[in-house]
Design a protein around this ligand. Structure first.
Ligand SMILES: Nc1ncnc2c1ncn2[C@@H]1O[C@H](COP(=O)(O)OP(=O)(O)O)[C@@H](O)[C@H]1O
Ligand SMILES: Nc1ccn([C@@H]2O[C@H](COP(=O)(O)OP(=O)(O)O)[C@@H](O)[C@H]2O)c(=O)n1
Ligand SMILES: [Mg+2]
Length: 210
């Protein structure tokens, strides 16, 4: 009896994501490394749902939410929004979607993101795609992205690079120590990068048949 009560109360307090148990791939890399571009390709070929943490935060600003101004100020400064906010948005998006395979793009971006996501959702990623790209190339891409983003100006871009080096690279190193990182040379043209990405998502059995 005691055990039953304990089990059910544990379930009630846990995230409902622990019941859904989705398959998650984290997509990481510096600003402008091509995360969003490659995620669109993966979605088309492999049936994943793409969730960009940055897109979810920008939608939250647009929706006029009470956190909107705080999020907008942090994005303008290239800072990382508190995990609580971003994780709630990710959880909601995963639960609202029928798919069970998700590409989570631009998250976790620091140790706080990583640890909080793991403890709140109980999810560990299948693997981590890491788009490795020289800073000069990323800067060039961001300055010609033309999506009207308030953070694609040289001042904010420099701040974002610093945050990437100081806070996001350690997360990639953490997953590397767990042998979860698939590092990709992201400086090549889009199609070439996708060839490498495709190989990582194609099951070994399909490769043998091809
Ligand atoms: N391999 C590539 N070579 C050249 N330009 C690219 C490449 N991948 C993406 N881009 C362009 O660079 C910009 C940033 O790409 P994006 O996918 O938004 O990167 P991220 O999500 O990592 O910031 C976009 O304008 C995109 O069209
Ligand atoms: N996990 C995350 C992801 C993005 N963000 C914020 O959103 C901004 C834009 O993120 P993004 O992923 O859309 O940017 P790109 O790397 O795609 O250029 C970041 O610079 C952060 O200010 C965050 O706070 N936490
Ligand atoms: Mg992006």
């Amino acid at each position: 009896m005691g055990t039953v009560v304990e089990a059910s109360s544990k379930e009630a307090s846990g995230s409902s994501l622990s019941q859904k148990k989705p398959k998650v791939v984290f997509v990481l890399g510096g600003p402008g490394s091509g995360k969003g571009t490659q995620c669109a390709n993966i979605v088309e070929h492999f049936g994943y749902t793409h969730l960009s943490a940055g897109d979810l935060l920008r939608a939250e600003i647009k929706s006029g939410s009470e956190n909107g101004t705080m999020i907008q100020n942090m994005i303008k400064e290239g800072k990382i929004v508190p995990s609580e906010v971003t994780i709630k948005l990710l959880e909601k998006a995963i639960l609202e979607n029928e798919n069970d395979k998700f590409l989570i793009d631009g998250f976790p971006r620091n140790e706080e993101n990583r640890a909080a996501f793991e403890s709140v959702t109980g999810i560990t990623p299948e693997f981590v795609l890491y788009f490795d790209c020289p800073q000069e190339e990323m800067e060039k891409r961001l300055l010609s992205r033309n999506q009207g983003r308030e953070d694609d100006n040289i001042d904010t871009i420099r701040k974002r690079f610093k945050v990437f080096l100081e806070s996001s690279l350690p997360v990639i190193e953490y997953y590397n120590s767990k042998e979860k990182v698939r590092k990709i040379d992201a400086a090549k043209p889009v199609e070439e990068v996708f060839k490498t990405v495709k190989a990582l998502f194609t099951p070994v059995v399909d490769k043998a048949a091809a």
